[in-house]
Design a protein around this ligand. Structure first.
Ligand code: HDE
Length: 700
């Protein structure tokens, strides 16, 4: 007889189970009296018990004391890294069976829907820091599979700063706000970060990624995700292959400009969180395809670098990314704290069919993640928090501990036992739905603290990444190094980055950055990497943007603007799946329509494109408004497509926008389709890159 376990879940399809599980834990008061935690109804929630109306408060007031005590303990330690995050529920479905490669149940059949919870995060900043800082983004996915939880705890960049877990505390201490003054919040532009990475050349490749546009994504919905480490897929016959995992956003991958990112950090610190939340509320469900690079064990030494080295990527021109399934994020959390704050990811949460490699960074992570939850979530029972519970039963003989929820029934808390017929029992891995069995990788070696020689090249892949960038992206990288190093106060650190890091992977970049910092032109690096075979897939500009779906477009108008033109512009943009918002100097109705936002509430940095509509009176008001002129100038400066219909063009003239600027389209109020067609095409390129030089002449 199985020992009874009251919190045991019945068996049912995975998705039903998860929602039932969460439903049971939800507190949704409807027609309910206010009560204490002990269930006593409360008659007065406004006044403390006191000795007379003007007298002292009484210690006896258990209602007030319980309330304040709970409040006093409402905060838990934030994550030591990745503290700032936003998350959503969704489902994952594989396109075709992956049985050839892995026995993981959730990858066996396209009809299977697996519930997921995904948390995106920045790394450096605290929980309340801004979303759009220059930083790596975490991309952590919990799959609630029928065989237990599988967590893919990745980032939006395919490599990492260090090669060995023992360096992680050093790296994190260096990048976090500095010890004496807790500055800066949410960024790496400070002495200790650059000091560390200038002394640790293995960081070079990843630092370059963080200086690229990848570190300032336009949206959490438009960034890629990567498992980083090499993992294993193991099939039912026990055959193992090495894999690299990728997430690809269906909307394409594109980024902010640095000036936008900085301004957004002040004007809307929740920019990414809001964007994710609103897209899901609108029904524009973010979709990500799962891709996998599959490498036969016998081929693992054929790359010229070590697959166990997490500072290296496998160019997809060499090993193509096979797209195997899709994740759709379709539900916002009900409660930020209960779900997003308490969710506990762990790269060691794997299911049969998925296994680890000996990447020394991954090996260290396998220890760290449970350990951190014990202090962050207050003990070893964090798996019982609703968001962390697997949908499969998790019955074992573990007992007790802080905050234990399960009431384990019966005598047996050990195995083997005869008192409950030895239940729960192990499952033979050979059986269908068998137990987890580690891949029997042959192993021998001498106990040592030596880093493999095969990890020694720190510059070739940095050169590969830089040489694979478009001109625009290379410019952005140079500006980012100049900006960040410009904030470093110690001249010797700046010089070390230029001479000992940059000069070793690109002489041109090193010279440009040196010039911006007023440093002499650097000599060729002693370990300079040469010309590499570029990987065009690494350039965001080669990724393409499929149309204007879900993109935010400001329809700029004022009372007196042409109502019919507003309606037809909005209809045309909505028909392409975009999100047009009516923006006006005030919230006063325009021809019976209420604006969605004011210019000061939603400046142009929050939009992807602008249409200024006609109507002489409205256009005149906008032309006279400094805020409206600034709006179009800033959109121009940030390389956004701009359209004007009818008298709307007067607003552009009043702002002194270059008349024949690239990506500026002018037409009649009566024929908005004609002007919107090229406008939509230009937006489909994300930005009007050809305007770069002209844009710099515009004051905004
Ligand atoms: Fe993490 N990391 N990490 N990390 N990491 C944490 O776990 C750690 C690394 C990543 O949304 C912590 O629950 C070590 C690489 C994400 O909740 C902590 C090492 C990658 C998240 C931790 C690494 C990541 C974390 C902090 C080097 C990309 C956020 C709170 C050996 C592949 C998950 C927590 C979420 C969080 C340790 C390196 C991704 C302290 C020791 C490489 C996305 O345990």
């Amino acid at each position: 007889m199985a020992s009874k376990q009251r919190n045991q879940q019945p068996s049912a399809p995975a998705e039903d189970l998860k929602s039932k599980d969460l439903e049971r834990s939800r507190a949704r008061p409807q027609n309910e009296a206010l009560r204490t935690n002990q269930g006593v109804k409360i008659a007065d929630n406004q006044n403390t018990l006191r000795a007379g109306p003007r007298g002292p408060s009484l210690l006896e007031d258990f209602i007030m004391r319980e309330k304040i005590t709970h409040f006093d303990h409402e905060r838990i330690p934030e994550r030591i890294v990745h503290a700032r995050g936003s998350a959503a529920h969704g489902v994952f479905q594989v396109y075709e069976s992956m049985a050839e490669y892995t026995k993981a149940a959730f990858l066996q059949h396209p009809s299977l829907q697996t519930p997921v919870y995904v948390r995106f995060s920045t790394v450096q900043g605290p929980r309340g820091s801004a979303d759009t800082v220059r930083d790596v983004r975490g991309f952590a996915t919990k799959f609630y599979t029928s065989e237990g939880n599988y967590d893919l705890v990745g980032n939006n960049m395919p490599v990492f700063f260090i090669q060995d877990a023992i360096k992680f505390p050093d790296f994190v201490h260096a990048v976090k706000p500095e010890a004496p003054n807790e500055m800066p919040t949410g960024g790496s532009a400070h002495d200790t970060f650059w000091d560390f990475v200038s002394l640790v050349p293995e960081a070079t490749h990843m630092v370059l990624w963080t200086m690229s546009d990848r570190a300032i994504p336009r949206s959490l919905r438009t960034m890629e995700g990567f498992g980083v480490h090499t993992f294993r897929f193991v099939n039912a016959k026990g055959v193992s292959r090495l894999v690299k995992l990728h997430w690809r956003p269906v909307l394409g991958s594109y980024s902010l400009l640095w000036d936008e990112a900085q301004k957004l950090a002040g004007k809307d610190p929740d920019f990414h969180r809001r964007d994710l939340w609103e897209a899901i509320e609108r029904g524009d469900y973010p979709e990500f395809e799962l891709g996998v690079q599959i490498i036969e064990e016998k081929d693992q030494d054929s790359f010229g670098f070590d697959l166990l080295d997490p500072t290296k990527l496998v160019p997809e021109e060499i090993v193509p990314v096979k797209i195997i399934g899709k994740m759709t994020l379709n539900r916002n959390p009900d409660n930020f704290f209960a779900e997003t704050e308490q969710v506990a990811f762990h790269p060691g949460h794997v299911v049969p069919g998925i296994d680890f490699s000996n990447d020394p960074l991954l090996q260290g992570r396998l220890f760290s993640y449970t350990d951190t939850q014990i202090s962050r979530l207050g003990g070893p029972n964090f798996h019982e928090i609703p968001i962390n519970r697997p949908v499969s039963p998790n019955i074992n003989n573990q007992r007790d501990g802080m905050h234990r929820q399960t009431i384990n029934v019966g005598q047996a808390s050990y195995e083997p036992n005869s008192v409950s017929d030895a239940w729960p029992k192990e499952t033979d891995p050979a059986a269908k739905d068998g137990g987890f069995e580690s891949y029997p990788e042959p192993m021998e070696g001498t106990k040592t603290r030596v880093r493999s020689e095969s990890f020694a090249d720190h510059f070739s892949q940095a050169a590969l990444f830089y040489q694979s960038m478009s001109d625009v992206e290379q410019e952005h990288i140079a500006l980012a190094y100049q900006f960040e190093l410009g904030k470093v106060t110690k001249p010797e650190i700046r010089a070390r980055v230029v001479n000992e890091i940059l000069a070793n992977f690109d002489a041109g970049l090193a010279a440009t950055v040196a010039e911006g910092l007023g440093l002499p032109k650097p000599a060729k690096g002693a370990r300079a990497a040469g010309k590499q075979q570029p990987s065009p897939a690494l350039s965001l500009l080669n990724r393409g943007v499929p149309g204007i779906k879900t993109r935010k477009i400001a329809v700029l108008a004022a009372p007196g603007s042409d109502g019919a033109a507003i309606k037809s512009v909005q209809a045309a943009l909505k028909s392409q799946g975009a999100t047009p918002l009516l923006v006006s100097p005030t919230l006063a109705a325009i021809d019976g329509m209420n604006p969605d936002a004011t210019i000061s509430g939603m400046p142009s940095i929050m939009f992807d494109g602008v249409v200024v509509v006609g109507g002489a009176q409205g256009a005149k008001a906008l032309a006279q408004s400094g805020d409206a002129r600034h709006f179009v100038l800033e959109a121009f400066r940030h390389l956004k497509a701009i359209a004007a219909t009818g008298a709307g063009k007067d607003v552009l003239s009043a702002a002194h926008l270059p008349e024949k600027g690239d990506g500026v389209f002018i037409g009649d109020d009566g024929k908005v389709e004609a002007v919107l067609k090229p406008f939509i095409e230009a937006m489909g390129q994300h930005r009007v890159w050809a305007r770069r030089e002209m844009a710099e002449t515009v004051p905004a």
